[in-house]
Design a binder for this molecule. Structure first.
Ligand SMILES: NC(=O)c1ccc[n+]([C@@H]2O[C@H](COP(=O)([O-])OP(=O)(O)OC[C@H]3O[C@@H](n4cnc5c(N)ncnc54)[C@H](OP(=O)(O)O)[C@@H]3O)[C@@H](O)[C@H]2O)c1
Length: 322
């Protein structure tokens, strides 16, 4: 095994035994008057992040696919401290409703956590024909960011430097896909392969999120917004719903409470000394992104992916958005 592969696997193994978090609610600043968007902010890690931000006075706009189904969770949150914008990331025709709603009602957004995700479902496709994990985790987030981008850039112009941030939620699963650069550019939807591994497809989508973190900044130079990727950790949540009973049982003993994942995401969102393009690992410390993924996103592969994603979403975003 090469030295870089060894580093990557060692880092993934660290997720099973992580030192206590160094940046938690006791360290967060007062967030009164600030507004954040969290996709999937009503479940698992996203819900814990929502609660922590609200606890510090912020307002959180949750982007989710079904407000009615989220009611049990939402009624536990304090009135006036959250909002819900409905969008199914697996159907790009639904994104503009949420995008327009946020744009009309929220002139300032101080940070976005691109957190929603689906892991290892049976192979299927989104409404627009993207493989489900890629379509939801990557393409759906590209689309919603078309609406949020002008607002975060505007907010950054009037905010203290380095405080407006985008957090793209990746995973230690980036080690699974063995392709150089991590993305199967010849067949992103894995249509040519019979029974593609759902784990490889999940890995590819989480690599896609790490590309997006870097590429968003590259394509919005001088925005004043910090854009980072995170591996939130190995956490108890609803994410394992498609895993086998064996895996669920085996992992149950080694997963951390979802709140720890929120500590990772919120360190990326709020901690001082977080730098554009950085990749953070549990519970919010600087980490190492798989070297060929990092190299890929900074080179031609990254350029190609950004063009492709922008092309994928352009018909679903109103022309007035950049
Ligand atoms: N848990 C872990 O160990 C772990 C490890 C590494 C990375 N992550 C990443 O952490 C993030 C949060 O996951 P979690 O563990 O908190 O899982 P979770 O409890 O299942 O939360 C995922 C959220 O994504 C939403 N979502 C899924 N498909 C969607 C769609 N088509 N449109 C809109 N929203 C959709 C879900 O909404 P519904 O309630 O409607 O399904 C839910 O709110 C994910 O990006 C995941 O890949 C988690």
């Amino acid at each position: 095994m090469s030295r870089s592969k060894f580093t990557e696997y060692k880092q993934a193994a660290r997720n099973f035994w992580v030192p206590e978090p160094h940046f938690t609610e006791k360290d967060y600043p007062d967030l009164t008057g600030k507004t954040y968007v969290i996709t999937g902010g009503h479940s698992g890690v996203g819900l814990e992040a929502t609660k922590l931000l609200i606890g510090k006075g912020a307002k959180v706009i949750i982007v989710g696919r079904n407000k009615e189904k989220a009611q049990d969770v939402l009624k536990e949150l304090p009135d006036g401290k959250f909002d819900f914008a409905e969008a199914d990331l697996a159907d790009l025709t639904t994104i503009s409703t949420a995008g327009d709603y946020i744009t009309k009602n929220y002139p300032e957004i101080h940070g976005v956590i691109l957190n929603a995700g689906v892991m290892t479902p049976p192979y299927s496709k989104t409404a627009q024909g993207h493989e489900l994990q890629w379509g939801t985790n990557v393409v759906g987030h590209q689309a919603i960011m078309k609406y949020l981008t002008p607002i975060v850039i505007k907010t950054a112009k009037t905010s203290p430097p380095g405080t407006v941030r985008l957090v793209w939620v990746s995973s230690s699963a980036v080690v699974i896909s063995g392709l150089p650069g991590g993305i199967n550019f010849d067949d992103i939807n894995y249509e040519k392969e019979e029974n593609p591994s759902p784990h490889v497809l999940y890995s590819q989508s989480k690599i896609g999120n790490a590309y997006q973190a870097y590429l968003w900044s590259k394509n919005h130079p001088d925005s004043g917004v910090i854009s980072v990727s995170v591996d939130p950790g190995n956490l108890k949540s609803n994410l394992q719903r498609h895993s086998s009973e064996f895996l669920k049982k085996a992992f149950n003993y080694v997963l951390y409470p979802a709140q720890y994942g929120a500590y990772t995401e919120l360190a990326a969102l709020l901690a001082p000394d977080v730098h554009d393009g950085e990749h953070l690992i549990p519970w919010g410390v600087p980490g190492h992104l798989r070297w060929d993924v990092d190299e890929g996103r900074k080179g031609e592969k990254g350029e190609h992916l950004w063009k492709k994603l922008e092309g994928d979403v352009k018909d679903f975003v109103k022309e007035s958005y950049p």
